[in-house]
Design a protein around this ligand. Structure first.
Ligand code: ATP
Length: 316
């Protein structure tokens, strides 16, 4: 993909003066009738950070991003985007978003769409440059209705880049993109972040959060349940996983494993048994001496385990 951005280094953080956080959420709650979608979020994001909002379905990710865009008002609490109320920040082109779905005019070509939306902004970036950044130059003359889901998603990315926002919000941005499109999308995002653009993205993909975010904010049940680097969040899932080959274990064998001190869970997967435990040595010793298990593997628990642990504990 061509990388023709002409943005000056460090340009975005100065938009509202030095020191203002890119995003400041203070005591945010948001209810829809009886549903408390967001139950109390405090979050400060600095300019240039790439932050993943990671959480299961219904965690409150989209609701929070909508509040940042000024699409709804919090039931309580305040939202500041680069020191401004969200609507002012949007009106100034300081923040833009690629949301999960968005109306595109299917009869226009890709280039016509980008040109049309560019005409709505007083200081839009050059159309060809933005198309190159989003990897849609080869699609420029294609009618939008004939573009695949992943191609339409790349077009939405191009539209969001037009105002050259200081803060870019992405809700499941790579849905429908193939591996190559994903990779080039994230390389563009990372490159812009190095120049000061702040990026907040919501995702279910653990690997995407792990690989591309500087910081992971894990959300569950409308609350932040963990906030840190991928390594820090992963470390919250303490203990290890012992995996062994043990075909058709009896109920008594499984019960004995569950009764070992510090064992959190015992799972049978095909010919294998997976034991999550604080003391993996004790589990290994038991498997070797009291069962016919063989081919043991002991691994540290990963981000997926942290995700499951932390989001299950707080789930309503
Ligand atoms: N307009 C609305 N009216 C009523 N309930 C809503 C509304 N918008 C969201 N909710 C509810 O608020 C909760 C949080 O929804 P939200 O879309 O923010 O979650 P999410 O983390 O983005 O989920 P997903 O990963 O599935 O997109 C859900 O229980 C949802 O059903």
């Amino acid at each position: 993909m061509k990388t023709t951005s002409t943005l000056a280094a460090g340009r975005w953080p100065t938009a509202t003066g030095p020191g203002a956080p890119a995003l400041l959420l203070s005591g945010i709650t948001r209810s829809f009738g009886a549903v408390q979608a967001v139950r109390g979020i405090d979050l400060r994001i600095e300019p240039g950070e790439v932050v993943a909002f990671l959480g299961p379905n219904g965690a409150g990710k989209t609701t929070t991003l909508d509040l940042v865009l000024g699409l709804g008002r919090p039931t309580s609490g305040t939202v500041e985007v680069l020191g401004l109320p969200p609507r002012d920040a949007v009106a100034r082109g300081l923040v833009s978003a690629v949301m999960q779905s968005g109306g595109l005019l299917t009869d226009l070509t890709v280039r016509e769409t980008v040109q049309y939306v560019a005409s709505l902004f007083p200081h839009a970036r050059p159309v060809e440059e933005v198309m190159a950044d989003a990897g849609i130059t080869p699609l420029a003359d294609r009618v939008v209705g004939k573009c695949s889901g992943g191609e339409q998603q790349r077009l939405r990315v191009a539209l969001a880049l037009l105002p050259d926002p200081a803060l870019l919000l992405l809700d499941e941005p790579t849905t429908g993109m193939d591996v190559e499109a994903r990779r080039s999308f994230w390389s563009t995002v990372r490159r812009d972040a190095e120049r000061g653009r702040t990026v907040v993205f919501a995702t279910h993909y653990l690997e995407e959060a792990d690989q591309y975010a500087d910081r992971i904010v894990l959300v569950s049940g409308g609350l932040i349940v963990a906030d840190g680097t991928s390594a820090e969040v992963r470390a919250l899932a303490s203990g290890r996983v012992v995996r062994a080959t043990l075909p058709s274990p009896s109920a008594a064998v499984l019960a004995a494993l569950r009764d070992l001190p510090g064992v959190e869970s015992v799972e049978v997967r095909g010919e294998h048994v997976l034991v999550r435990a604080a003391d993996s040595d004790a589990v290994a010793r038991h498997l070797y001496t009291h069962t016919t298990a063989h081919d043991l593997e002991i691994t540290a628990r990963g981000l997926e385990d942290a995700f499951l642990d932390l989001t299950t504990e707080r789930a309503r």
